[in-house]
Write a protein that binds this ligand. Structure first.
Ligand code: SAM
Length: 265
């Protein structure tokens, strides 16, 4: 899948992610022209039509509910999120809420394989902080490089890992590990727990959560490089019990490059 369509202003964000915003930058009121917060009939129609064409790529007949969006985005520390990646924005259900919450000096890179959705987002969601890229999550590292952005503070992923080829799934998880900041989080929502062992092979810590108020109740996974001791002490579930002994989570090295993971593909 070719990577394409970086916005014309991509070069204007050539800075280290995490450089503090100047006071004047903080005053900027972001211009988000977006579809309505709940999905409009245009969005529902476009999504449903594309589900019929590409059921395995979409994995769902309708976009995520606001309950799911709010649940996942509650995991984000908006004060420190400077580079965010979204995998599979679809018609922008998460995208517009991320833009509404994120800092004026933050950047959101949305990677989408479906050309109809890319066209829709580019036409409907106008915000200088957003880069809609027609490409695969498997190209996350190349896209960040091209935009001259460092590692991501958050990766928010709605792509269906269970219906994609295992080699592609493994490549995406490996790439995600390599682009995620040492203190970053990979937030995944799915309709089943099938992806859990693959997340556990790659990330040091995987917390599980659940959102019942979605048309298909959703499984949430919050993945980090390291064990989150505070959360573990608070009794949240980590990946300690389910991981195969032969598999080790990848440790971020000093350059942020993933060491060779033990995955297929
Ligand atoms: C379940 S939909 C989620 C849409 C939206 N985020 C939501 O929550 O309503 C999955 C989306 O992932 C996209 N997708 C599937 N595989 C992808 C990949 N490898 N890289 C980027 N996007 C992908 C699909 O085209 C689709 O838009």
């Amino acid at each position: 899948m070719p990577i394409g369509d970086a916005p014309a202003d991509a070069g204007s964000r050539r800075r280290r992610a995490g450089s503090p915003a100047s006071p004047s930058e903080r005053q900027i009121v972001p211009k988000v022209s977006s579809p309505q917060r709940s999905s409009s009939s245009e969005q529902l129609l476009l999504f449903g039509r594309n589900f019929l064409k590409h059921p395995r790529m979409l994995g769902s007949l309708i976009p995520s509910s606001r309950f799911l969006v709010n649940h996942v985005l509650a995991e984000v520390d908006w004060s420190r999120a400077r580079v965010l990646l979204e995998y599979g924005p679809g018609v922008g259900t998460f995208t517009t809420e991320i833009l509404r919450r994120m800092r004026p000096d933050a950047v959101l890179v949305a990677l989408e394989t479906n050309a109809d959705f890319v066209r829709f987002l580019k036409g409907k969601v106008r915000d200088d902080r957003l880069h809609v890229i027609h490409g695969s999550a498997a190209d996350a590292d190349a896209v960040l490089d091209r935009l001259q952005l460092d590692r991501a503070d958050y990766v928010i992923s709605g792509i269906p890992y269970t219906t994609m080829p295992p080699g592609l799934r493994d490549r995406i998880l490996r790439k995600t590990h390599s682009v995620l900041d040492a203190n970053g989080a990979f937030l995944v929502y799915q309709f089943t727990r099938a992806v859990l062992p693959y997340l556990q092979q790659v990330f040091g810590s995987v917390h599980q959560d659940f959102e019942p108020l979605n048309v298909m109740p959703a499984r949430l996974f919050y993945c980090r490089h390291h064990i989150d001791r505070a959360a573990a002490e608070n009794g949240r579930r980590t990946n300690g019990s389910g991981r195969s002994k032969s598999l080790q989570p990848l440790a971020p090295d000093r350059t942020g490059t993933a060491k060779s993971p033990r995955l297929s593909g």
